[in-house]
Design a binder for this molecule. Structure first.
Ligand code: AMP
Length: 228
């Protein structure tokens, strides 16, 4: 399965990507995660993009697209399927992605548009906590770790993303509405758009997505790994 995940910050793209990655046995590509890793390692790229990420603005198209194109040309594991989380984010990126996929002969199956209301989004983002070591996602109230501030998976410390503060969230929402929402129509016109109400909790949304895939004739149902 080859999917693009669309939706506002806080719609739950990262959470669903992590669940779907295991269930569908595909690779999760998050441009936001790639950028955070570069910043953590203080690479040249990390230094160049930091001001954009910290302020909630978009990294220039050509920088992001080059990273995604490289990933597709070099990472052979993408042949088993992938889901793109956080890319494309502009109409230009969507056009560039089509070019990349054509070159790699990896046609997109669907763009999943996850829609959530503003209060749900704000609640998710302000409460989000992430493991510094393994990237596992938690939430202040909805998904607490067993030990306060410590990751259940690897024991690493949890932190709050610097751009998950109210002021930067507002900026990210404005950027999303202006730059990213036009892509919804782009995929609608390609007849690839699947809309999903993403206000429910993570498990509920995941089950809904699986039901959609199970009905799809293109989809090899034996590939779903069921978990409880
Ligand atoms: P995310 O983790 O997807 O919320 O992304 C965090 C930040 O990384 C965004 O607010 C942008 O500054 C930057 N970013 C991630 N993906 C993209 C993209 N496709 N285009 C431009 N900037 C991006």
């Amino acid at each position: 399965m080859k999917l693009v995940l669309l939706g506002a910050p806080g719609a739950g793209k990262g959470t669903q990507a992590e669940l779907l990655k295991d269930t569908l046995n595909v690779v999760h590509i998050s441009t936001g995660d790639i950028f955070r890793e570069e910043m953590k390692n203080n690479t040249k790229l990390g230094q160049d993009i930091k001001s954009y990420v910290d302020s909630g603005n978009l990294v220039p198209d050509e920088v992001v697209t080059k990273i995604v194109a490289n990933k597709f040309s070099k990472d052979k594991s993408l042949k088993k399927g992938w889901l793109l989380d956080g890319f494309p984010r502009t109409q230009q990126q969507a056009i560039d992605l089509d070019e990349i996929l054509k070159k790699e002969n990896q046609p997109l199956d669907y763009a999943l548009y996850m829609e959530a209301t503003l209060p749900v989004i704000i609640g998710r983002l302000t409460g989000r906590r992430i493991c510094k070591k393994c990237g596992a996602l938690y939430h202040d109230t909805n998904r607490r770790p067993q030990k306060n501030g410590i990751c259940d998976v690897c024991g690493g410390p949890l932190y709050q993303r610097p751009d998950d503060n109210e002021e930067t969230i507002k900026k990210r929402m404005d950027v999303y509405l202006e730059s990213t929402t036009p892509i919804i129509d782009y995929y609608k016109s390609q007849k690839k758009l699947i809309w999903i109400n993403a206000n429910e909790d993570a498990k509920g949304v995941h089950e809904k997505l699986l039901k959609i895939f199970l009905k799809d004739k293109k989809f090899d149902q034996n590939k779903i790994v069921r978990r409880n």
